[in-house]
Write a protein that binds this ligand. Sequence first.
Ligand SMILES: NC(=O)c1ccc[n+]([C@@H]2O[C@H](COP(=O)([O-])OP(=O)(O)OC[C@H]3O[C@@H](n4cnc5c(N)ncnc54)[C@H](OP(=O)(O)O)[C@@H]3O)[C@@H](O)[C@H]2O)c1
Length: 252
Amino acid sequence: MNNTVLITGATSGIGYEFVKLFSSKGYNLVLVARNQKKLEDIKQSYQDINVTIISKDLSQIGAAKEVYEIVEKASIRIDILINNAGFGLFGEFIELDIQKQSQMIQLNIRALTELTHYFLPSLIENKGKILNVASTAAFQPGPLMAIYFATKAYVLSFSEALAEELSDRSVTVTVLCPGPTKTNFGQAANIEGSKLFSRPVDASWVAKKGYNALMSGKTVVITGGLNKVGALASSFLPRKLVAKMTKFILSK
Ligand SMILES: NC(=O)c1ccc[n+]([C@@H]2O[C@H](COP(=O)([O-])OP(=O)(O)OC[C@H]3O[C@@H](n4cnc5c(N)ncnc54)[C@H](OP(=O)(O)O)[C@@H]3O)[C@@H](O)[C@H]2O)c1
């Protein structure tokens, strides 16, 4: 029987690259995103594996539980959970729409946490794996993207803690921290044109790094040498200085 991977945010960018990677290895897929048409198109393109699509807005309260219940009802055994769906918003906290910022917290934090909670018992039973997609934004405060950076700091901290809690259980937790990547993220977040987004890398390369780390059971993977240096520097430079530098890099 083929193993099954559940991927959130599967319709574009890094998530879609995971779809391509896992399908090429013969995994069955459970794909979650909002865009039903895109999900159907992806399902259509894979005839030799089982593809289940779930159109769901994960920023809605209760959505993670609904996804879990759909999977349970269909008796699908999940071996790998990839919490990838997420978005960012560029701008000053005071200027940005609070409903959109709350949706970001709901998606980037709450849905990821709840999906992990609901699927964890069966993932342990199945000797499974979890991959949470954070960001290099996780390592410092992010003036001009304050909430986004804070959500990714949560994802990193939560994932590292969970990996340790579960270290004697038969499940692994990996957290992927990419830097700027060519996807729909930049446009959706209105961050294109900033110094940070001057040289984004390919999403396929990022997904491959995540895949390799997940398969080897590594806890934290930061993509790219410069990003590793940046994350390390953020840990020993004064926080106030790091915040000032980050604001400069994020500005347009
Ligand atoms: N690109 C970067 O520079 C970068 C860097 C570091 C980390 N990341 C992280 O990488 C992850 C993937 O982002 P990406 O760069 O691949 O962006 P993307 O191309 O915009 O993809 C985002 C995916 O999430 C889905 N999604 C968005 N809102 C959703 C919602 N409310 N409910 C369910 N699904 C939703 C989208 O599909 P639908 O529109 O169909 O719902 C899409 O499939 C995110 O967590 C992001 O924070 C990105």
